[in-house]
Design a protein around this ligand. Sequence first.
Ligand code: ATP
Ligand code: MG
Length: 313
Amino acid sequence: MIDVEGLTMVYGRGRHERQRALDGATFSVPDKSIFGFLGPNGAGKTTTIRILATILPPTGGTAVIEGHDVVREPIAVKSAIGYMPEVPGYYPTMTAEEHLDYWGAFYRMPKADRRARAKELLELVGLKDERAKKAKAYSHGMLKRLGLAQALLHDPPVLVLDEPAGGLDPYGIIFFRNLMKDLNKAGKTVFLSSHILSEVAQTCTHVGVIDRGRVVAVDTVEGLQSRIGGAGSVRCLVEAHNVPDAALRGLMDVQHVKDVQRTDWGLIVAMDTDVRSSVNAFLVGLGVPVVGLKLAEVTLEDAFVALTGGGAA
Ligand SMILES: Nc1ncnc2c1ncn2[C@@H]1O[C@H](COP(=O)(O)OP(=O)(O)OP(=O)(O)O)[C@@H](O)[C@H]1O
Ligand SMILES: [Mg+2]
C-alpha cells in the first residue's frame, strides 16, 4: 500500500529559477494492485517515483509505503520497495552475475544465498544466457532486465518502476507485461510509470493520471474509461447523412441510449451497453439510410487526453 498526500516538489533554490514539479499530488495505490502512473512528459512522474524511492526529499506533503514514511523512515521504506530507475545504473566491466552478487552483499545476504538468488533472478528476467557478459556490452533491453533483477533482489513486497517498458521492443514489452502480472499474482504491489497507454490498459488494474504536478484521476482501468465515456461507456459511430432532428430526439428514448451527438458524417451514440441493433432498427424504421454502424469503445487514450486537457508541458 502506498499513500501519497499533498506531495509538493519545488526544484531550485534562492535566486535560481524555481520549478514546481509536484503541486499537491494525492493518491493511493491499493495493496496488491498493478498501478499505472500515466502522464505527459514533465508531468512529475519521475519526481514522484524518486520521492517514493527515498532518493529525493519532497518540499512538502507525505508519502507512506507499507506504513513507513519516506522522509522519517527511509531505511524501512528501502527494504519494503524494489526500485528501478528509468535508466538503470551499472558498472561497465561487471557481468550480470557479478552485479547481483555485489548488490546482494549490500543487503548482507550470505554468499551461498546470493549465488542461488542471482541464478533464480537471471532466469526470471531472461538474462540467463547473458549472465557472464560484461554490462558495457548489454543492449538497452538487457540493462532494463538487469535493473529489474536488482529491484527484486531482496524480495520486496512493493515494486516502484520508472517506465519499465520504455524503449523496449514488442517482445520486451510482452515479456515485462507478463512478468508484472506474474509478480502481482505472487502477491507483489506494482507501481509503474508509463506513457504507453495501451500498455497500461493491458497490464494494470488501476491507473493514476498526473498532469502538471497534480493527480487528476485515480481509478480502475474500466472505471476511468467509463467515466470519460460520460453517461455511456460504449459509443457507436453511425454513418448516415441528413438525419432529421426528430430521429435524434427519438433515439434518446431507445433503451440503453444515453446521449446522441451529431457530426458531419452522422451520429455518435453513447450507450451503457451495446445496443447497435436497436439503434439501427430505429433509424431504418424512420427511413434514415444508415451507411455504417461501428462500435468505438472509449480507450484509455481518450481518457488521458480528456483528463490532461489534451496536451503536454
Ligand atoms: N533536477 C531537476 N531540477 C529542476 N527541475 C527539474 C529537475 N528534475 C525534473 N525537473 C522538472 O520537474 C518537472 C517534472 O519532471 P519529471 O521528470 O518528474 O517528469 P516526468 O513526468 O517523469 O516526465 P517524462 O515523461 O519526460 O519522464 C519538469 O518540468 C522538469 O523539467
Ligand atoms: Mg520521467
